[in-house]
Structures are given as C-alpha cells and as structure tokens.
Design a protein around this ligand. Structure first.
Ligand code: F3S
Length: 420
C-alpha cells in the first residue's frame, strides 16, 4: 500500500490548472493554509498538504490542528522499495523540511552493525539512501517503534501524528495523547506541514470504549499480555476495549498488550480500569461484554505456535525497554548460548544498556543487541532463518506472512532456556 502511494505520486503529473481541489473542500482552512493550497509555499508542501485536506474531507474533519510530534512509518527498504526511496530522495532534494519533532519507525537493518550481523550489502546500500533522505528533511534518524522511550514523549491530551500501530496504541492509551493511526505518507505530510486534520481519535467523543473485556486470569509474563492482546484484537477488530480485571501491569506489559491488539485487530486505543489515564473519565456502562480466562490464553499460545525449535530467538517487539534488556542480561549472565538471540531496541536504549554493562553480559553469552530495526522489517528470511522464537503477540502475528517464518511463541524464560 505504501509502495502504491509512492508510485502514484511519481506518475501523477502536477499542474495548477487541473486540480480544482478548492471546489470540493469542506473543511475550514486558515489564510496560511489557503496559501499552501495555492502553491505559494512550494510544490512539495502543497502536494503533501492536499493529502491531509483529502483525508480531512473523507473523515469529516472541520479543521486542521497543530501536532506536537510525528512518527513516520515506511522506513525499511523492505517495505517501500525503489519507488519509496526515489520519492523520499526527490522531496528531500526539493528542500522539504519537517516543522515538528519527527522520529522514524524501525529501518530494515542495524544502521551501524549491519555487516557484522550479516545483513545483505545491496539492501544496506538502499537503506542508507533512505536514511540520508530523512536526515536531509530534519527528521531525527532514530528508528524505533518506542519513540516514547527514546526522547519523543508526548504529554496527556497532546495532538500528535504517529503511524506505527503499537506506538499509536501506547501513546493514545497509556500516555493519553491523541493520534489516529497514520499511514507513512500522511504522517510525513503532517511532519512537513506541522498539522493534521481534526477527526477520529483527536476528538474526545470518539475515545469512549465500545466493548468491555473482563480478564479472569493472572497474567505474569509479558508474553501473557501479548497473548491476551492477540486474542482480544481478533475478537474486537477496531473497537475500543475497556479492560477490567487486570490487577497490575507495567509499561512493558501494556506495550505488549497494545501491540498485539493492534496487530491481530486494529485497536488504536484501549482503557484499563485503574491503570490508564482516561479510564476514569470515559463512560463504560451498557457495553457488549467479553470474558477472557486461562483457557483462552492457553489456546492463543497454541495457535501462535507454528514451529518446533527456533533457529533464532528475537526479543524486543515493540522495541525493548531498558528494564527488559536488564531482565535478559540477568538470565544470560555467565551462560553460553548455542543458538542466536537478538534483542531489538532503539539506539538510545542500546547506549543506556551499554553504560549499565548489559550489552557486554549479553555479548559474552553470545547474544546481540540489535538497534534501529526489528525481526519483522529486517530481511531475516534472506539471512537463512526459518523458525523464530518470540515472546511478542505482534511479532508472532506478522512473522509468518512478512518473513516466511515458523513461530515459537513462548515466555522469555522458556525461550532463553531453549537457546542454551
Ligand atoms: Fe516494532 Fe517491529 Fe514489533 S516495528 S512493534 S518491533 S514488528
């Protein structure tokens, strides 16, 4: 889909005379926005702004609103290919610059260690072209799906335009910021224009729960939250769940829950009684009810397990926090891995882990901290891996289709044990 947009952008010939968009615009535009639309700020910003106007009109937005930050998906060469790379180089060469703090989703490889980790050289060459184009536009080339752990932290009720589904879920639900699930092109357009159409989850009335989920079992491992999320996402599709019965959950567990719901369904916002900031503010009476117990969680583990023994275990979907890396370092201290273990994270968290000595412990055991990328957007199938072990419901959902992998879905302890 992202590739389609880039191809279309390239083939549609731009002309001021044949684009009477003004006639069909229903939303209110400020004087400054009118100028952008008339091409007074240049061709690139006009075309990207038109994309936002079209989206706003389709979804019934009354106006544009400023965004505090952006996170752009469609970064890996594996996802955007040559059309996307050429599009980004084209707009960067025409002087496109972002107006607000903008981060990137994971790239297709570790941008510093790709050679050592065995990423193909021709893939790396194209990935580096993409990163260069983003850098020229003023985008922070921190490639991560957990920007909120790496210096891009929105505040409660702040309007933002983020694209990666787990980051969207976390920012909406756990932080209480407001974003729709943007596509790569619409997020880039929001970054360059500094605004987004005011519709969907930007409006309080659309943030009310539409289904109640009662959790009637204890959840211990992060993978339990991933399994719960995967099961609920399948049931509720794009509804807004209101969870009861979750006694406690740290932010790593909530990110695992949200990521899996966004992957198996299209949940962009959820509330957890007593834990998330809007849960006390929304109306939760008279909703459809779904119960999830031990049986459903067990069935989900079974369903997500398509493989027998992993060739490689990869943690960090969504990108690992310092706490998760510290837990893995504890498990690996003084051990020797027989098969590879990767932990995917952002460059910033990797540096913090380095300072804590975790990276050295993990490297001594034979594992690797892999920054800037993840198991789904990197070409692991081209690197000889056929079965991947994960503790993430989201990764388990995507690895078979995106990377032709069999999956072993289990908790962290069992996965580490199996590689020793
Ligand atoms: Fe992040 Fe990749 Fe998972 S982008 S959420 S680690 S699939």
């Amino acid at each position: 889909m992202i590739k389609d947009f880039f191809l279309k952008y390239k083939t549609v010939k731009y002309s001021h005379n044949i684009t009477p968009v003004k006639r069909v615009i229903n939303m209110y535009l400020t004087k400054e926005e009118e100028k952008i639309l008339n091409g007074e700020n240049g061709e690139v910003i006009e075309r990207l702004f038109r994309l936002l106007v079209r989206l706003g009109d389709i979804y019934g937005a009354e106006k544009m609103i400023p965004v505090g930050s952006v996170q752009v998906a469609g970064v890996s060469y594996k996802s955007i290919g040559d059309p996307g790379t050429e599009f980004l180089e084209d707009i960067a060469s025409k002087g496109a610059k972002v107006k607000v703090l903008t981060y990137l989703n994971p790239a297709g490889m570790d941008l510093e260690n790709w050679k050592k980790l065995g990423f193909p050289a021709d893939f790396a060459k194209n990935q580096l072209r993409i990163m260069d184009a983003f850098r020229k536009m003023g985008i922070v080339v921190t490639s991560t799906c957990t920007p909120y752990l790496a210096g891009n932290l929105p505040r409660f009720r702040e309007h933002i335009a983020w694209s990666e589904s787990s980051a969207v879920s976390f920012s909406n639900s756990v932080i209480g910021a407001r974003t729709n699930r943007e596509g790569g092109p619409s997020a880039l357009a929001a970054a360059i224009c500094g605004i987004t159409p005011n519709y969907g989850l930007h409006l309080w009335k659309n943030r009310q729960p539409t289904v109640k989920i009662n959790v009637d079992t204890d959840l211990s491992f992060n993978s339990d939250f991933g399994a719960l999320g995967w099961y609920v996402g399948k049931q509720v599709k794009n509804k807004i769940p209101y969870f009861t019965g979750i006694k406690d959950a740290n932010t790593d567990q909530l990110k695992a829950l949200g990521a899996a719901m966004a992957a198996s369904g299209a949940v962009a916002l959820y509330h957890v009684e007593g834990l998330t900031p809007e849960a006390d503010l929304v109306e939760n009476k008279g909703l459809e009810k779904i119960s999830v117990g031990k049986k459903e969680i067990k069935e989900t583990y079974n369903k997500l397990n398509t493989g027998k023994k992993p060739d490689i275990v990869i943690f960090g979907c969504p990108h690992a926090s310092l706490r998760e890396i510290s837990t893995i370092a504890d498990k690996l201290e003084g051990k020797h891995l027989k098969k590879p273990v990767w932990i995917c994270t952002s460059r910033m968290i990797k540096e913090a882990a380095e300072r804590m000595g975790y990276n050295e412990i993990i490297a001594k055991a034979g594992g690797s901290i892999v920054a800037d990328t993840c198991m789904v957007v990197s070409p692991i199938e081209q690197m000889g891996y056929k079965t991947t072990g994960v503790n993430s419901g989201k990764a388990a959902n995507y690895l078979p289709g995106f990377c032709k992998q069999e999956v072993c879905f289990a908790n962290l302890d069992d996965l580490v044990e199996g590689q020793l």
